[in-house]
Design a protein around this ligand. Structure first.
Ligand SMILES: NC(=O)c1ccc[n+]([C@@H]2O[C@H](COP(=O)([O-])OP(=O)(O)OC[C@H]3O[C@@H](n4cnc5c(N)ncnc54)[C@H](OP(=O)(O)O)[C@@H]3O)[C@@H](O)[C@H]2O)c1
Length: 336
């Protein structure tokens, strides 16, 4: 197995190195790529040093079996042909190809087989907020078809990359010193604040992030499910949280939903309010699973349920999900 990471210096790229190492992903060679900004930088992997190469239109991907790509949508679009032309499977973290008909959009707990049909050699990793939601929804869908979802997200600063994390830390330091905080990554100061605005606004008043949750969920679940989302950036460093309300075709008991979550792949049930046990980003950061708690009947609709999920969006929402896709392809013998 020859593996490439494109965007190695970034928040997701760095997580790829950790996830591949921790999971002992089978690998003969690793090649790291970045822009001219990070080219030449050195990273350690399994006790060996690797130097970042500048991503160029050449034959550097000859012999690469899997390329984990997390360098933004425009880089993915520009370099897809260069990355895939010699047969590498490109697992892309950007939103560039997610809704294209000839690119599968895959969450291994939900629709792994979709990864087998990839005419362009590209598999898209869904948006981080969508991944954690569909892992949880999949458990309920097996009990009764989900007709609609309302969700409010509480998204960590790191969802906007490594520089956004640095900016949040800097803002707290600047405010402590009585200085004006630097605001570059988000529309407003995030420290001591929250911002109901993730990605750009579209014509219908929803943001692109919110529309990703609508469209991607339908594609992954092969469902007519409808999702209305409000995406909010919060001053948390890592791990996104979501307050989710679902309406199913038949009324479900809390007991059967709890059992479904307890047995679902990739889910950890953490739901014991009397002992103050519920998922929180501080404790879920760096973990693999989607944590689910606060499960209760909706008070306004007998077919409605409310629950709360938290998941590390750099891990399950990005690097881990992509590595799990590659592991699935290896398991079924579908990497050349
Ligand atoms: N952060 C998350 O939680 C998350 C979750 C899901 C998906 N994603 C997606 O993953 C991608 C990366 O996000 P991130 O958070 O890791 O961002 P980031 O921390 O800002 O890192 C961006 C990476 O892309 C590289 N890059 C930028 N332009 C490039 C070019 N022309 N050629 C080669 N490499 C280039 C950068 O390299 P240089 O250092 O050389 O500039 C850097 O390694 C984005 O598409 C994002 O939407 C992120």
């Amino acid at each position: 197995m020859n593996v490439a990471i494109v965007g190695a210096s970034g928040a997701v790229g760095q997580e790829f190195l950790r996830v591949l190492e921790q999971r002992s992903f089978p690998m003969d060679n690793l090649v790291l790529f970045g822009s001219s900004r990070s080219a030449g930088r050195e990273y350690m992997f399994r006790g060996k040093s690797y130097i970042v190469k500048e991503l160029k239109h050449n034959d550097d991907f000859k012999g690469i079996d899997v390329a984990f790509v997390s360098a933004g949508g425009s880089t993915s679009v520009e370099f897809a042909e260069t990355i895939t032309k010699h047969g590498a499977v490109m697992i892309d973290n950007s939103s560039a190809f997610r809704m294209e008909n000839d690119v599968p959009l895959v969450v291994p707990e939900v629709n792994p087989e979709d990864a087998l049909n990839r005419p362009r050699g590209i598999i898209a990793n869904p948006n981080c907020t969508t991944i954690q939601m569909v892992v949880a929804l999949n458990a309920i869908e097996k009990l009764s078809h989900i007709k609609r979802v309302h969700v409010a997200t509480y998204q960590a600063a790191s969802g906007a990359g490594a520089t956004a994390m640095a900016e949040l830390i800097k803002q707290y330091e600047q405010i402590q010193k009585g200085e004006e905080p630097t605001v570059e990554k988000f529309a407003y100061q995030l420290a001591y604040n929250l911002i109901p605005h993730v990605d750009v606004f579209t014509d219908n008043g929803y943001t692109k992030e919110e529309m990703k949750m609508y469209n991607e969920t339908r594609k992954i679940m092969h469902s007519d499910i409808e999702v209305s989302a409000t995406c909010v950036r919060v001053p948390v460093m890592r791990a996104h949280s979501e307050a989710t309300w679902v309406e199913t075709e038949r009324p479900l008991s809390i007991e059967e939903v709890r059992n479904a979550f307890a047995g679902a792949e990739g889910v950890i049930l953490q739901d014991n309010p009397s002992k103050k046990e519920y998922p929180m980003p501080l404790f879920v950061a760096d973990h693999d699973e989607v944590y689910v708690g606060r499960i209760r009947k909706d008070l306004t609709n007998p077919n409605g349920l409310s629950f709360w999920t938290v998941s590390d969006q750099i891990r399950k929402g990005a690097a881990l999900n992509a590595v799990q896709i590659a592991e699935y392809l290896l398991k079924v013998g579908n990497i050349r």
